[in-house]
Design a protein around this ligand. Sequence first.
Ligand code: ADP
Length: 281
Amino acid sequence: MSIKIEHLNYVYSEGTAYEKHALKDICLEIPHGEFVGIIGHTGSGKSTLIQHLNGLLKPTSGKIYIDGQDMWEDKSKLRDIRFKVGLVFQYPEYQLFEETVYKDIAFGPKNMGLSEEEVDRRVRRAAAFVSVGKDLLDKSPFELSGGQKRRVAIAGVLAMEPACIVLDEATAMLDPVGRREGLSAVHRLNREKGITVVLITHHMNEAEDADRVVVMDDGKVIMDGAPRQVFTQVERLRSMGLTVPDTVDLLDRLRKDGLDVPLTALTVEECADAILAAVSK
Ligand code: ADP
């Protein structure tokens, strides 16, 4: 699924004392199958932006095109778009409310009016994809660990077979292992099924694996490029209160200590090679 955002503005509580211009003239194109990471400090507008992608919020001005179609032109199409764009929020508790894991995953596809057999097929396939075992399907979602809840929430979105999945700090509450597991499922989805992924994260090490990183600040997109282009701008990111991936941070410190290493080595292996090359010069 491709997304095109043109001059998007969003104002909360317009005309009141609480008015807040949360998105300012955002222009962004996300081609089909791309994996985009969005970073920015709290309050920079990330959540407001992604709530526009499935029509939870309506632009104050500007346009959003999904697969070339103006999202708000024909409101009858909005329902289809909501099924096509799956949102996973930070707190899975908000998305899990049925008695069993099975029913939770089945909720979305049921709402789409699919047959019982098709719903069952989708639930089992989605659960298997995110490694939610059969033994968990009959449990209450509240009996699960944080990582399992997250995967069930993702399975519920997957069962709707969306063309795009949007994760809003979806791994924020997890330990490093849980985060890795959740994210590897999302990467696999992107690679194997060609699903477009928009990932909001404050873990720079997660953003570095994206095809592209978008940086937001005060309601605007202020940087947009490949991870290597964005993360080499260390001082600019720090001035916005953001961090950089651990590898870049290490290289930056070594540079300041006089070692001639590039900042573009993002993976641990690249970073190690760069340091080895510099010390053996
Ligand atoms: P982020 O996701 O980057 O933390 P948000 O999109 O949540 O940022 O918020 C952007 C701005 O809009 C912030 O200044 C925030 O306080 C404000 N905001 C968010 N939600 C509301 C709301 N429901 N009503 C009024 N202002 C809001």
